[in-house]
Design a protein around this ligand. Sequence first.
Ligand code: CP
Ligand code: NVA
Length: 311
Amino acid sequence: MNKGMDLLSIHELSADDVEEILTLAADLKAKQKAGIPHPLLAGKTLGMIFEKSSTRTRVSFEVGMYQLGGQALFLSSRDLQLGRGEPIKDTARVLSRYLDGIMIRTYGHDRIEELARWADVPVINALSDLLHPCQALTDLLTIREYKGKNLAGLKMAYVGDGNNMTHSLMYAAAKVGMHFAAATPEGYAPNAAVVANAKADAAASGTTVTITTDPKEAVQGADVIVTDTWASMGQEDEHDARIALFRPYQVNRELVAASGEERCIVMHCLPAYRGEEITEEVFENFADVIFDEAENRLHVQKAIMALVMGD
Ligand code: CP
Ligand code: NVA
């Protein structure tokens, strides 16, 4: 990745960019564990705009900047003039005069695209309704730690709502040559344009993207099963209606066994809703993987920031 690049979507990255991020992330993780300083962003400041809640993203970006020798500013849209109607294009031009990079979590993906269009500094997508690239890149690093560095030919299955995680995971899998299958209820399938893009990427890397409504079909032969909340941020009102409809898509003991793979692992980006998309039993059986996954947000985002904001 070049200095100054935005990270809005994994689809816009090359396979080499993804490899570079994962390699640097593993290196920075090792340095952090060994207590070796790595002040790659000394004197730099990241602005973090949040229009939605966050635990992992906020803390990992803020701590990550600190570990890289820089600092981060938490900018809630409740406090910014953005929340009172100041245009994104003005916010972008003002913040570019103070900051070395901007991270944003918001609703419509078009808000992030507009911010990136007007900002002179790199913009990092920290979740939109459409995509969550930092999480999906993190998931790749975590899968490497459990399955080995070469991910090509492995199978990732996603079961649940066709949402931002589904989209970024299918982009991520296609870039590294993993087969991807998603099972979502009728009416909750992933975005058709994203699926078409992912299929094109998969064809280039010699793999497949399959979309089905049958969870058992999706998980068959899976090395990794991933799930996510049935009602994302902004969909709170739909929660109760979704629960009944999504019940057959719960990741439980029976569904994990349907993979037929003894070494199949289960991942979840968190927060997790036990008894809904995942059972308590399966969650706790794979808690080591899931909390490694949460930790890896820190290392992957440090790598992304060092690459796009570093000198
Ligand atoms: N997985 C994730 O993005 O978590 P937060 O919503 O807590 O940031
Ligand atoms: N799909 C979830 C992911 C949370 C990290 C949401 O958008 O709320």
